[in-house]
Design a protein around this ligand. Structure first.
Ligand code: NAI
Length: 699
């Protein structure tokens, strides 16, 4: 049963019972109305208490119902709230732990509310590109006051119940319980004490005014506009709350409804809802059961104290997990530790980290030059030079010393994980953990599943990823895994665009206007153009027929590796990250173009964006078909969390779905006719062609 019914003397207790957070899906709403009816029909019942079982009062609507007819299927949340308001007996919400979204809207429909301290209260709909759609924008300002209510609705951030209770004049909570434990008893006593009071108080009847309404809402709009670029919902929240102060309750409710439905259909809300679901889906691996036993990971070893090793270590120190670092030479260790220290010290200076926390974290870090010291570590992550020979040496040693249950992970970004696993007698314990640089900051972690990686190893590292607050996405073994394999095609298009007539700044500007954090050339300068150069040199050997623009090689031959050399596609001033266009680079591109006999043409921003984004989409379709990624939404997560794809577009796959795969393929067919592009690449991946033929989408 999704709600439970009990009688305590003259009080009926209805308990939401839909784990994990008592979501208000259709079955729960239906069960709630049945029990409300039951309580109203029973003459022995004088008052009703609604509460939630387990970890929440209610976390709100069931997000899986969003955008589907089920959300509005009767009884919808509006009708449930109306039924509560119309109850002939007083209804008391007994609120604890979590009271969010629809859960708070439901509570606001009750005649009284009693709350436990420590409860997180929020209307977080704006985070999904929406606004509260079941009266929240009309009732919360009445109960809490206009300004605090607007703050909560526009930010979506949770506020603790005890803080809300201190707001002067607030009518959100009629009473604070002394603790979560005593809430049920205090709620029963309260329900008995108000059983005979008539008329029943309703939030909708409270006045809702702002002393200085017009000026305040103008100010609020200016503030919100600046902060909510590209997202329409926050401004609509302001409109809805303003309506609460200017319109009759019933009219305000209708207005809120209209805004809610309009927002539901915006691409931004679709993107945010997609991300919400995709993030949760990414942690689930189709053939690994949710209850798979996991290995105990209480300590970590990191091999290599370079750029990545240091950042990787910090993730675990931040999570309170001890780390032992191994290097070949003491100097390398000292350098690595000094970098970690410097990183933490700058956080302390900025006030982002307390001194004692910093010391605590450094206290968890130890170092060694001997593999034998690693024998007690539960997991080891290798981050040494990217050479198979070096990896072989390291993994042979690890196989010798690590205890039998240990997980052996590699941070390799390009090498064959299966080959690395084959250097050990326990390939089932070997997995790839591909962190992104800077590893202590970037949210994305590609978990690379080898041919023989054991399921419990996969389950364990996914849980570890959560502990260190990474968004983990599983990738199969292939060159570049999901993210870098796609970015190679994107980079190749960037090169062709230069050859055909663009400047680096023009390409960057176009894709940045589309919403990318950084265009391909600024990104190259940040990552180091020598990395791409090394990969291309390998490709020239492996795939001699593959077409590349040579412009980037010419740039590297000049030693313009990017920010680290102060010069790349752009110039850089020491200590600053501003990219300053360089006329010699532009002249170099023009000269090269001339040497190829190409007369430049004017290329539109639209073409630039389409070629860059659809190159990601087509490669992704191959990746999906090959089973390297198991879900389209995983690929979206990789691009959103690791490559600066605009959040409000939901990732390359959702974006392609929204453009329409038929339209995507049409554009690709056009690009294939361009003799300066690579026609063979633009042949739609079989999966993409099939989806178009069947009128389907990736997601
Ligand atoms: P790095 O050159 O900064 O650090 C490598 C460290 O490993 C050096 O401190 C070196 O002394 C140490 N080392 C080398 N051989 C060793 C051995 N046999 N035993 C112990 N220590 C040894 O390199 P970086 O950038 O940290 O890369 C490390 C790994 O991470 C590579 O596999 C790379 O492909 C991968 N990676 C790098 C990314 C990046 O952006 N730099 C991103 C993702 C992965």
């Amino acid at each position: 049963m999704t709600t439970l019914y009990e009688v305590h003397g003259s009080v009926a207790l209805i308990t939401l019972n839909n784990p994990p957070v008592n979501g208000l899906g259709h079955a729960t709403r239906l069960s709630m109305t049945e029990n409300l009816q039951k309580a109203n029909d029973d003459d022995a019942i004088k008052s009703i208490v609604i509460t939630g079982a387990g970890k929440a009062f209610s976390g709100g609507a069931d997000i899986k119902e969003f955008g589907s007819p089920k959300a509005m299927q009767e009884p919808n949340l509006h009708s449930v709230i109306q039924m509560i308001e119309n109850s002939s007996k007083p209804v008391v919400a007994a609120i604890h732990s979590v009271c969010m979204g629809g859960g708070l809207e439901l509570a606001l429909g009750c005649h009284y509310r009693i709350a436990a301290p420590g409860c997180s209260v929020a209307l977080p709909e704006v985070k999904l590109g929406l606004l509260p759609g079941a009266g929240g924008t009309q009732r919360l300002p009445r109960a809490l006051g206009v300004e605090p209510a607007l703050n909560m609705i526009v930010s979506g951030e949770p506020v603790k119940s005890e803080l809300l209770a201190q707001i002067p004049g607030q009518k959100l909570f009629d009473k604070m319980a002394s603790s979560a434990e005593s809430l049920p008893d205090e709620a029963f006593a309260f329900a008995q004490s108000i059983a005979d009071i008539r008329p029943l108080p309703l939030v909708r009847n409270l006045p809702c005014k702002h002393r200085n309404g017009d000026a305040y809402f103008q100010f609020a709009r200016n503030m919100v506009k600046g902060m909510s670029k590209n997202f329409p919902a926050p401004l609509k929240c302001v409109d809805a709350v303003e309506a609460a102060t200017k319109q009759k309750f019933a009219d305000g409710l209708l207005f809120e409804r209209e805004l809610f439905i309009n927002l539901m259909w915006t691409p931004e809300s679709r993107a945010l809802r997609h991300i919400f679901i995709a993030e949760r889906a990414a942690s689930k691996i189709p053939d690994v059961p949710q209850d798979m036993p996991q290995r105990d990971i209480k300590s970590i070893a990191v091999i290599g104290a370079g750029t990545m090793g240091g950042g990787i270590a910090m993730n675990f120190l931040n999570a309170g997990i001890p780390v032992k670092m191994l290097e070949m030479k003491q100097e390398a260790l000292d350098r690595g530790i000094a970098t970690i220290r410097k990183n933490y010290e700058s956080q302390v200076k900025k006030g982002k980290l307390k001194q004692d926390k910093y010391e605590q974290r450094m206290g968890l870090l130890s170092t060694t030059l001997s593999y034998d010291d690693l024998k007690d570590s539960d997991m080891v992550i290798e981050a040494v030079f990217e050479e198979m020979g070096v990896k072989e040496k390291v993994f042979t040693e690890l196989d010798r010393v690590m205890k039998p249950s240990a997980i052996l992970a590699s941070n390799t970004s390009t090498l064959d994980l299966n080959q690395i696993a084959s250097f050990t007698k326990r390939p089932e314990d070997v997995v790839g953990l591909h962190f992104f640089s800077p590893a202590n900051i970037m949210k994305l972690l590609e978990v690379v599943r080898g041919e023989k990686t054991a399921k419990d190893v996969m389950a364990t590292v996914m849980a570890v990823a959560k502990k260190i607050r990474k968004t983990a996405v599983v990738s199969g073994v292939c060159d570049g895994f999901i993210g870098n394999r796609m970015i190679e095609q994107y980079g190749r298009q960037g090169g062709f665009l230069l050859d055909e007539g663009c400047t680096p700044a023009q390409v960057d500007k176009a894709i940045e206007k589309f919403g990318f954090a950084m265009g391909p050339f600024r990104m190259g300068d940040l990552a180091g153009n020598d990395i791409g150069w090394a990969i291309r040199k390998r490709r020239y050997q492996e795939k001699p027929g593959m077409k590349y623009s040579k412009t980037a090689d010419l740039l590297c031959e000049k030693g313009r590796f990017g920010q680290k050399t102060g010069a790349g596609w752009y110039d850089y001033v020491a200590g600053k990250r501003d990219a300053i266009p360089n006329h010699e680079v532009v002249a170099m591109i023009e000269e090269h173009r001339k040497s190829l006999g190409i007369s430049p043409r004017k290329i539109s921003d639209e073409e630039i964006v389409q070629r860059l984004v659809y190159s990601l989409v087509n490669e992704a379709a191959h990746i999906l078909e090959e089973g390297i990624a198991t879900k389209a939404s995983d690929i979206d997560m990789v691009y959103l969390m690791g490559y600066g794809f605009p959040i409000y577009r939901g990732g390359p796959m959702l974006y392609a779905d929204q453009v329409g795969l038929f339209n995507v393929v049409q554009a690709m067919n056009r690009f294939a006719k361009n003799p300066l592009d690579d026609a063979s690449f633009w042949k739609p991946a079989p999966l993409l062609a099939r989806l178009v033929a069947e009128g389907k989408t990736f997601n």
